[in-house]
Design a protein around this ligand. Structure first.
Ligand code: NAD
Length: 373
């Protein structure tokens, strides 16, 4: 398929930029999906894509996802993403990331980058040498550092909203939560849940991590193959994606699915199946937006307290999603998309970029001017 055909097929993107620098071996694509609400923010993924077409499809898909995530989170951000073609273990260099940073800079703040799969805070330091339009830089440079405590806190607020809606209670006291995956997000979530009085069961393929959670928080440990279908009130997926699939669905015993993992539904239709089964699903990109909220605060001049406070917003965002689901009699994952689209339509107009207008002059972003060197 030709490039423009692919772009048309994968969404209504405003701009797709191909970045090439032979000397440093840079082959990257920046996709700006929509800037109706604000500058397009999204991380830079570095990956050994088999073909250029794969890289293009990935960046088109991911940037569109960011538009929806930022909109449903209530942030003044649009959606964008970048991919660098290459092996993150072998092909990294200062020159590569600085050349990439120069491309980001040339977009004058229309696209703001961050780390993602295959890139690190350290790589972003090189990008920062060339452009102020980068977030997720180290705390020492005025950045926000590790986003996972904020993602986990937002997830906790989302669990509360789902429990209130499904079980009719404001408290997590005695609520049985099964947490799958005890990495950066899952381990923080367990800590917060235990503080709230929830009865927490955990699983991870890494037994060191389960042992730590058991000894530190008294969490009950079960096998990784049992956790998803275990008897609980809330299943909180915090490992990999596609955990709600044709195989797991008929065996689910939970009343709520609410966790921090990305892409929890193996296929879109599985969200409808959850609704049919009477299981309340907290759409992944709405409940796990705490990390994005955290980098957004970085744009305003970072404060950890302010970032934690901001993640409380996940509660109201999910309540809105549940309301739309009820109002329109649609599953919650569809309601989340509708919420995101309605906000873009109201505020910016999904198609207004065709008239060359963006919602907010990027130069007014306080920190960007502060960070100009
Ligand atoms: P991580 O790699 O630190 O943790 C993942 C954990 O899941 C690991 O401990 C791993 O051993 C475990 N795991 C893998 N397969 C498993 C299985 N089958 N059963 C049980 N455990 C399993 O990653 P993370 O940063 O904690 O992110 C977790 C999820 O949250 C991912 O889907 C990620 O995309 C999503 N997410 C993370 C953030 C963030 O701020 N880190 C933000 C948004 C979304």
């Amino acid at each position: 398929m030709f490039t423009f055909e692919l772009i048309e097929k994968h969404g209504d993107h405003e701009e797709v930029i191909f970045c090439h620098n032979r000397e440093v071996g840079l082959k990257a694509i920046i996709a700006i999906h929509n800037t109706s609400l604000g500058p397009a923010l999204g991380g830079t993924r570095m990956w050994t894509y088999a073909t250029e077409q794969d890289a293009l499809i990935d960046v088109l898909r991911l940037s569109k996802g960011m538009t929806y995530k930022a909109s449903a989170a209530g942030l003044n951000l649009g959606g964008g993403k970048a991919v660098i073609m290459g092996n993150p273990k072998k092909d990294k260099s200062e020159a590569l990331f600085r050349a990439f940073g120069a491309y980001v800079n040339s977009l004058k703040g229309k696209y703001i980058t961050a780390e993602d799969v295959g890139t690190t805070v350290h790589d972003m330091e090189y990008v920062f040498m060339e452009t102020p339009y980068v977030t997720g830089i180290p705390v020492a440079l005025g950045g926000s550092g590790d986003p996972s405590p904020y993602t986990a806190h937002g997830t906790l607020m989302g669990i509360k909203a789902a429990v209130k809606t499904k079980l009719g209670t404001d408290s997590l006291q005695g609520v049985r939560v099964a947490v799958q995956g005890l990495g950066n997000v899952g381990s923080h979530l367990v800590e917060y849940l235990v503080k709230e009085g929830a009865i927490v069961t955990v699983a991870d393929i890494d037994t060191e991590k389960t042992k730590a959670m058991a000894s530190r928080y008294g969490a009950k440990v079960i096998g990784p193959e049992e956790i998803v279908t275990s008897d609980c009130d809330v299943l909180a997926p915090c490992a990999l994606g596609a955990i709600i699939n044709d195989e797991t669905l008929p065996k689910l015993k939970c009343k709520v699915v609410a966790g921090g993992a990305n892409n929890q539904l193996a296929e879109y239709r599985h969200g409808d199946n959850l609704m049919e089964m009477g299981i309340l699903y907290a759409p992944d990109y709405v409940i796990n937006a705490g990390g994005l909220m955290n980098v957004f605060v970085e744009l305003e001049g970072y404060s950890s307290d302010r970032a934690f406070e901001k993640t409380n917003q996940v509660y109201d965002n999910l309540m809105n999603v549940f309301q739309i689901s009820k109002r329109d009699n649609i599953a919650t994952h569809r309601a989340a998309d509708r919420l995101a689209e309605e906000r873009i339509r109201k505020i910016g107009g999904l198609r207004q970029h065709h008239h060359g207008r963006t919602a907010r002059p990027f130069s007014t972003l306080k920190e960007m001017t502060n960070r100009q060197k």
